[in-house]
Design a protein around this ligand. Structure first.
Ligand code: MN
Length: 321
């Protein structure tokens, strides 16, 4: 079988100095997988390239496995360490520029520094955008202090990928349910809520060109889109106003990837609700199996045009490759 050419964009790496930050997510994941993932994360050679070649991924956009410096309590350290890991990633990309791209890692504790670092990563290091691991110190991206960041994102015309992370506190509904705390459920709730905060705060009215990427086929939001429009009308929204119904922003400002979702019905749902230009293949390497993701997308219920878009063309257009 001929493999459809692919670009994958939720593919992670690790730097030894960032393992302690990453370890803050250890309680969310089986200790077995957590230990095994590190070697794969730190490899930029044979193992990673073989996994890519096996499923036709021509190019992987690499990102640090989170939360990285977003878990750092000292702002200055966060800013310095983010620059360091971006320089490290750039050096790995430079070895294989045809196979790897990168998403900048940013210290969101300092919005102006994050904006400057994003600009450096895009203009000087040739990266394709940024990946942000959820909230930082309890602050979400719809906060007014991030105006400087969204202005720069708009100027640079690059996407911001919101990757799951834990919320600032573990609320009571997860009591006695460790399995719900993490990728099974709480990360979905957290990340979908983050995206909705941006929509309902009017972020995309203020920055109509801003581009947001969500993993996991949109963190359930495509399935809920009709209801978001319908219930927004009757919600207790006070003085909140939007120029368009919520779904408009999902069709104009949001893209989703298939990372960690290998199921036909939600794929069709995302395409029907958001459009075939808005869905992009990804694996979430090494936390998901590349062959499972690759085999699935090759056989998924897509016409040839849709499959080419989902596997390759949509990402090429969004990332300006
Ligand atoms: Mn991931």
């Amino acid at each position: 079988m001929t493999l459809t050419p692919k670009i994958a964009l939720e593919e992670h790496f690790m730097h030894p100095d960032f393992v302690d930050y990453w370890a803050t997510t250890a309680p969310n994941i089986s200790p077995n997988l957590f230990g095994k993932a590190r070697a794969a994360l730190e490899d930029f050679g044979e193992q990673r390239l073989a996994a890519m070649d096996g499923i036709g991924v021509n190019k992987a956009i690499l990102s640090l496995a989170g939360p990285g410096v977003q878990a750092e309590t000292r702002t200055e350290t966060a800013v310095t360490e983010a620059r360091k890991v971006n320089d490290f990633l750039a050096s790995e990309i430079a070895r294989r520029p045809e196979r790897y791209g990168g998403f900048a890692h940013l210290a969101m504790q300092d919005p102006a520094a994050a904006a400057d670092e994003l600009e450096r990563c895009v203009r000087d290091l040739g990266m394709q955008g940024a990946m942000i691991n959820g909230q930082t110190g309890g602050t979400y991206l719809d906060d007014d202090r991030y105006a400087v960041f969204w202005e720069r994102v708009s100027d640079l015309e690059v996407p911001v990928y919101i990757h799951p992370n834990n919320p600032p506190e573990r609320v009571h509904m997860y009591h006695d349910h460790n399995e719900l705390w993490g990728p099974v459920w709480s990360w979905t709730v957290e990340t979908a809520t983050h995206a909705l905060r941006l929509v309902f705060a009017g972020t995309f009215d203020r920055y109509p060109g801003a581009k947001l990427v969500l993993g996991h086929l949109g963190e359930t939001l495509p399935y809920l889109m009709w209801r978001l429009d319908s219930r927004w009308e009757i919600s207790n929204r006070g003085t909140m106003r939007l120029a368009h119904p919520p779904s408009t922003y999902f069709r104009r400002n949001v893209w989703v990837t298939t990372s960690g979702m290998c199921a036909d019905a939600p794929l069709r749902c995302a395409i029907e609700m958001m459009g075939p230009e808005r869905v992009m293949f990804s694996v979430d390497y090494p936390f998901e199996r590349p062959d499972e993701a690759g085999d699935w997308i090759e056989a998924a219920p897509l016409d040839d045009n849709e499959r080419r878009k989902v596997c390759h063309d949509n990402a090429a257009a969004l990332l300006n490759l």
